[in-house]
Design a binder for this molecule. Sequence first.
Ligand SMILES: [Zn+2]
Length: 96
Amino acid sequence: MALPKDEFELFKVFLREKTKGKPFRCPVCDSPNWSVDGPVVLLQYNTELKTAVVGGGGIPLITMVCQNCYFSRHFAWNPIVERKVHFSLPSEDSSG
Ligand SMILES: [Zn+2]
């Protein structure tokens, strides 16, 4: 599932802030080229039935896939989206 443009921009800002502008390189092949997808949902796993719980709860994740070796990384999406609320608040009192 493609990430909507505004959420993709939010994720890019988040990643740029966390990496302090350094290239985010693949730990397997050292490529800096990734595709971003999501949010996807990590399914819960039922230990008794030894199977994923389709339609059950899960954790929304952003997936980054290396465009060279296809190694994937995940970021928890909810904390990033929650930050968006703080970003959108006025930074100064404009009542003066
Ligand atoms: Zn790679």
